[in-house]
Design a protein around this ligand. Structure first.
Ligand code: KG4
Ligand code: ZN
Length: 360
């Protein structure tokens, strides 16, 4: 029996999990810093590092306790080595190294995006319907909008964003309109109250690879729309709302969001979804042999995206992570570490954090 303790600290979640034999989740602990960063309208790197430092030991202790295991029951310790915020990554990785050094179990360094992909593979194994490979993986998060071919032998990059990530576009639009941070969940909840065709947006084609994404033009189009409408009062009302309650209810948001702005949100979300799924269909059409479509990363929580993709997209069965494994967590890091554990792919104690690490 092999048990892996995994630690994730690449952005604003300190997380630890214990995974047994590649598919049994013994524990999954996530300490979110959302409330801390919300008032600044985004993640403040220095605050994130400080919070990780505060949380990493208790979070790991809780993960071991919930799993009912002790250090000696572990076969390996895994930590996210990149990509992410340098100071944040350092905390989890350094703690992982210290555990490896002190207990003698091997260290496994995990790429954060591989984690997002492997969480979906893990849940497929748990359901008894493994995700068929090769797969097309669309990873859309706050830092990434990338498409990969996933095979037994590894990953091949098919397309990526030239500028903002999809989640970043959600966050920036939300911030511009006074909806606080993170933007994705709020826009997702309010979008059904607006007309997705109310504001016509078009996305400029990216020169070069047709599979690359660009979201900065859409962000600018939203900015122009906002400049052309008198929104100062409603934006101020929303900022007031967040000041009193960092996580307002949908009703509270709706009470300070007139129909025109609801239509803007719905149209923005609709355009992002169209872009993501349009590219996925184009990538699938180019692949010789593809059996599944994986959609993962924080943006994969989006209810509109899930509904639009359905169970089949571009002729492929679609796999999303369950909401609990969509945003950052350590189960996904343990899932990616499992494959490396089986291959004996261990990292030296000199392993460095790589804020800009590429998966492929
Ligand atoms: O994967 P994740 O937790 O962290 C990164 O690796 O970046 O993704 C966070 C991103 C944020 O940009 C957040 O706004 C977005 O995912 N997000 C969503 C939703 N939930 C989170 N975007 C759209 N709709 C959602 N429901
Ligand atoms: Zn992530």
């Amino acid at each position: 029996m092999a048990r892996i303790l995994a630690i994730e600290s690449s952005c604003d979640e300190t997380a630890a999990a214990v995974l047994e034999d590649g598919s049994r989740v013994l524990s999954n602990v996530v300490a979110s810093q959302l409330a801390l960063h919300a008032k600044y309208g985004g993640v403040v790197p220095e605050l994130a590092s400080r919070e990780h430092l505060r949380s990493v030991v208790p979070v790991v202790r809780e993960a071991l306790q919930k799993a009912g295991v002790e250090w000696r029951d572990l076969s390996a310790v895994a930590a996210t080595s990149g990509p992410g915020l340098a100071g944040a990554l350092l905390v989890g990785l350094t703690y992982g190294k210290a555990i490896s050094f002190a207990t003698g179990i091997p260290l496994i360094a995990v790429h954060h995006i591989e984690g997002h992909i492997q969480s979906v593979m893990l849940e497929g194994r748990q359901r008894g319907e493994p995700v068929g490979l090769p797969a097309l993986a669309l990873v859309a998060s706050g830092g990434h909008t990338h498409m990969y071919e996933v095979c037994d032998s590894g990953y091949r990059l098919l397309g990526k964003t030239r500028d903002d990530a999809a989640g970043e576009a959600f966050d920036k639009v939300a911030k511009l309109l006074g909806f606080g941070y993170p933007g994705g969940p709020v826009i997702d909840r309010l979008a059904p109250h607006g007309d997705p065709h109310g504001v016509p947006f078009t996305l400029a084609r990216v020169k070069g690879s047709p599979l690359d994404f660009s979201f900065s033009g859409l962000k600018t189009a939203v900015l122009r729309w906002v400049e052309g409408h008198d929104l100062a009062a409603e934006i101020e009302a929303r900022k007031q709302l967040v000041r009193h309650d960092p996580q307002p209810s949908s009703e509270a948001w709706l009470s300070v969001t007139p129909q025109a702005t609801r239509d803007l949100l719905a149209s923005f979300q609709h355009t992002v979804i169209d872009e993501l799924l349009g590219h996925a269909a184009a990538a699938a059409a180019q692949m010789e042999d593809v059996r599944s479509l994986i959609i993962t990363g924080g943006v994969a929580c989006n209810a509109g995206l899930r509904a639009a993709a359905g169970k089949q997209w571009a002729g492929l069965p679609v796999y999303f992570p369950t909401p609990a494994l969509s945003t950052d967590n350590a189960v996904m890091i343990a899932a990616a570490a499992w494959a490396k554990f089986e291959r004996g792919e261990f990292a030296p104690l000199t392993e460095m954090a790589q804020p800009n690490a590429a998966l492929a």
